[in-house]
Design a protein around this ligand. Structure first.
Ligand code: 0OX
Length: 331
């Protein structure tokens, strides 16, 4: 029925059905190849929700799909202070150095300490703050303590839930990245429009997030893998691997390849496997992150002023170098 023939109660009931339906359809459209419904079905339902919200503005909710298509043009980015700093990671570049890290970790432990191995997504770190389950702020890492408020831009990314599956107040951190095929298509378009192309997906993601006009961000097909929380309290996980399962159950997208490694050889096997798979992944990675899996043990190991002691990033040799070498050989 047209909206103007609905009572306010009927409109409220219909809006309450349309919001989750449109959110689910939107995520399916962006995250899986096969959309759930034809575009015209989505568009008609979306138009109905827009009409209801225009007729009854007090029916607009923060998690409504109409609130995340961008449209706010900022004049600049306000600063955000990370009460719990977003730490960076120490790097190692060889298995020998990794063995050194392992010795330091295992030194003061009487039992074997297991690791959680994760692909190091080549994007940029973001922090998402939720209050009672609703997204209230999103920001860049910045220098680890002061970042930029990019809430309006992050709200346009389908893999970022506007509303959690539980009404938690929590701050979640992860990586925002541009999939390789979105990157290729973006550069093709920019080349066709005579605009400078982006050097790599990481720069493209950074440039897309630092847009003052969030409609530009909305058009860039960004995605996320979340991997950490600022304070563990609201999450009852005892290991990093369980933490990732918790984040998934809350509605976040986490990277599916992470694996618990009981021994250093298991870590090396994971590194070998994903060094071989790197070029076939739909997103860029620049290494492997090895984390002590036990969260209490992480807390016990603590952090230096900049990096946690309980994790290390094993970095691949820079890809550009190999590409140049490959071109020279080819020519
Ligand atoms: N780029 C990544 O994929 C990535 C980055 N960082 C972390 O861990 C944080 C947790 C505390 C300091 C670093 N994990 C990752 N997987």
């Amino acid at each position: 029925k047209p909206v103007d023939q609905l009572t306010k109660d009927e409109a409220a009931t219909l809006a309450a059905q349309l919001r989750p339906q449109l959110t689910a359809w939107g995520q399916a459209y962006y995250t899986s190849d096969a959309p759930d419904v034809e575009d015209h079905v989505y568009d008609a339902a979306y138009a109905q929700l827009v009409a209801i919200e225009a007729t009854y503005p007090d029916l607009v909710t923060a998690d409504s799909p109409t609130q995340n298509v961008g449209g706010s043009v900022l004049t600049g980015f306000t600063k955000v202070t990370h009460d719990i700093p977003m730490l960076s990671m120490g790097d190692v570049f060889s298995e020998d150095e990794l063995a050194g890290f392992d010795q330091r970790i295992q030194a003061d432990a009487d039992d074997r300490i297991a690791y959680n191995c994760e692909l190091k997504i080549d994007g940029l770190a973001i922090s998402l703050r939720y209050e009672d389950g609703l997204l209230v702020q999103g920001s860049t890492r910045g220098n680890g303590v002061i970042g930029e408020d990019i809430t309006q831009n992050l709200k346009t990314i389908p893999s970022i839930p506007q509303k959690l599956n539980r009404p938690l107040t929590v701050e979640v951190r992860g990586e925002c990245y541009m999939p390789k095929d979105s990157f290729m298509r973006l550069n093709e378009r920019r080349e066709a429009e005579g605009q400078p192309v982006f050097a790599n997906p990481r720069n493209a993601a950074a440039g897309s997030l630092r847009q003052l006009d969030s409609r530009v961000t909305a058009d860039r097909k960004l995605s996320t893998f979340m991997y950490n929380v600022a304070d563990f309290d609201p999450i009852d996980a005892r290991t990093q691997s369980d933490m990732l399962l918790e984040l998934t159950s809350l509605g976040f997208t986490t990277n599916p390849t992470n694996r618990v490694a009981e021994s250093l050889d298991d870590v090396f096997a994971f590194i070998t496997e994903y060094t071989g798979k790197r070029d076939d992944l739909p997103y860029g990675i620049d290494g492997i992150v090895i984390k002590v899996n036990s969260l209490p043990r992480q807390r016990a190991l603590g952090a230096t002023v900049k990096d946690p002691r309980w994790e290390i990033a094993y970095k691949f040799p820079p890809e550009e170098a190999q590409t140049i070498v490959r071109d020279i050989e080819w020519t």
